[in-house]
Design a protein around this ligand. Structure first.
Ligand SMILES: Nc1ncnc2c1ncn2[C@@H]1O[C@H](COP(=O)(O)OP(=O)(O)O)[C@@H](O)[C@H]1O
Ligand SMILES: [Mg+2]
Length: 442
């Protein structure tokens, strides 16, 4: 847009100052030209002439947005939405501003409203911010957690799964029930026995054995919201602004209760604290600990679960009372556990003549993720065959046994490391469960 056009429009507006469409046109041109101050002035004049003019209200809000006058923008948008609660562009702008202001819960509510208005709507930045529940179509099982979109900082969802979807793990489920679910349901009873409710629990164990899965199922079990935070992402993304964002995250949890606030790879926070002390990250750790203490003080209906493959890297400060003071070892599944995991992984799939007990016996040391991988391999095998022969065939013992042979268990390496810590730096019996699992007497 040339400045010539602007000049002509300005002259025309001077001749007929009350001409709303003309002034509005000038304002739009200025907005497109990034002349936010001037555009603001013109929109204001339009609104003086026609106070409920929706387009002018939206335009004015936009000029505020670009000048980072966020609260002013919100005031205008609220006026607009008062008359037109379903105005898509106004809501979208409103949502973006709330994200900038870190009012994540309200922003998310608006985002959901937007998706209701237009189910096909996608906005990458907002999507990354809220990451609505998505199925993982991935067959990647090598890693503890598949690396996804680097923009991802946390996901927020209401899990549609619960303990019944978790195979085996009876001891772990019971511990979670006693240590965090029951205290939440019967706080007075726990108080009466001098047990404090609140604080967090830490799940640790070899990769792929269901820590994340179990945390999610815990949220589903009590029909709570699940906020999944990858600490690595927090560290990477939030340099500079991280304390504020971490605070916003805990605030979000307090607003969405009942909820499970899950910190994956939490050891990343406590690792190498000395080297972190020199960087900005030590503030982040202190902020994290302070937030946890804050939750402990005002813990109603917020459960904090941390998970780590490397508990020995976690700074002991994290384990003080009110923080991750209850620790649960998530072991590889035993034979019965493996049987039920295989059944779960194969449910809703066409199978025939599968001897689950025999498969369970043949998979000692396999993690839940390993078993999932085996099922995936067998499915791929069968799919290929069906494509070649043109006849779909159910999955049978044969493919599963073949898959077991080609996929080695992944938990042994972890135990090589864990054994040393359990034997030589087992302060306060932290790793007694690991010793028990390895059948080592103290
Ligand atoms: N007990 C289980 N029951 C059913 N599936 C499981 C179980 N444990 C693990 N899995 C499968 O393995 C995958 C990886 O588990 P995950 O929770 O990510 O492991 P971790 O967090 O301990 O590394 C899960 O998404 C799930 O599909
Ligand atoms: Mg995990």
């Amino acid at each position: 847009m040339s400045s010539e056009v602007v000049k002509q429009l300005q002259e025309a507006v001077q001749f007929s100052p009350e001409n709303v469409p003309l002034r509005l046109h000038l304002a739009q041109v200025l907005l497109q030209d990034y002349e936010y101050v001037q555009a603001e002035e013109q929109y204001r004049k339009v609104l003086e002439l026609s106070p409920d003019h929706t387009i002018a209200q939206l335009g004015l809000a936009r000029t505020f947005y670009h000048q980072q006058k966020y609260s002013a923008a919100i005031v205008v948008l609220e006026q607009l939405e008062h008359h037109e609660p379903d105005h898509f562009d106004a809501l979208l702008l409103h949502c973006r501003i709330l994200v900038k202001e870190n009012s994540l819960q309200s922003a998310r509510d608006i985002y959901q409203h937007l998706l209701q208005l237009n189910p096909g709507f996608r906005d990458e930045a907002l999507d990354a911010q809220f990451r609505l529940p998505q199925q993982q179509p991935t067959t990647s099982y090598e890693e503890d957690e598949p690396t996804e979109d680097p923009d991802k900082v946390f996901t927020l969802e209401k899990p549609d799964m619960n303990f019944s979807d978790v195979g085996g793990m009876e001891r772990e489920k019971q511990e979670i029930d006693l240590k965090i679910i029951k205290p939440l349901q019967f706080p007075d009873l726990y108080k009466a026995y001098g047990k404090k409710a609140g604080g967090g629990i830490l799940l640790y164990g070899p990769p792929g054995c269901g820590k994340t899965y179990l945390a999610k199922a815990t949220a589903g079990q009590i029909q709570a919201e699940f906020i999944n935070v990858g600490i690595h992402d927090v560290l990477d993304m939030w340099i500079g602004n991280s304390e504020k964002n971490l605070h916003a995250l805990f605030e979000l949890a307090r607003q969405r209760k009942p909820c499970v606030l899950f910190f994956d790879e939490v050891d990343a926070l406590g690792a190498n604290r000395t080297s972190m002390r020199n960087s900005g990250a030590s503030h982040l750790i202190n902020q994290f600990l302070a937030e946890m203490d804050g939750i402990a003080a005002n813990n109603e209906n917020v459960l904090i679960i941390g998970a780590t493959n490397a508990p020995w890297s976690l700074d002991p400060a994290f384990r003080r009372p009110g923080r991750f003071d209850r620790i649960i070892f998530v072991a590889p599944p035993d034979t019965d556990g493996r049987e039920s995991i295989l059944k779960l992984q194969l449910r809703n799939k066409p199978v025939s003549d599968v001897d689950y007990k025999a498969l369970a016996k043949a998979t000692t040391g396999y993690s839940g993720a390993d078993l999932k991988a085996i099922v995936d391999l067998a499915v791929e095998d069968k799919l290929l065959e069906a494509l070649q022969k043109g006849i779909p065939q159910p999955i049978s013992q044969k493919e599963l046994v073949k898959a077991i042979k080609s996929h080695k268990p992944t938990t042994r390496e972890w135990f090589n490391t864990a054994r040393n810590y359990a034997l030589y730096s087992n302060e306060a019996g932290l790793y007694d469960d690991v010793l028990k699992y390895l059948d080592i007497k103290k």
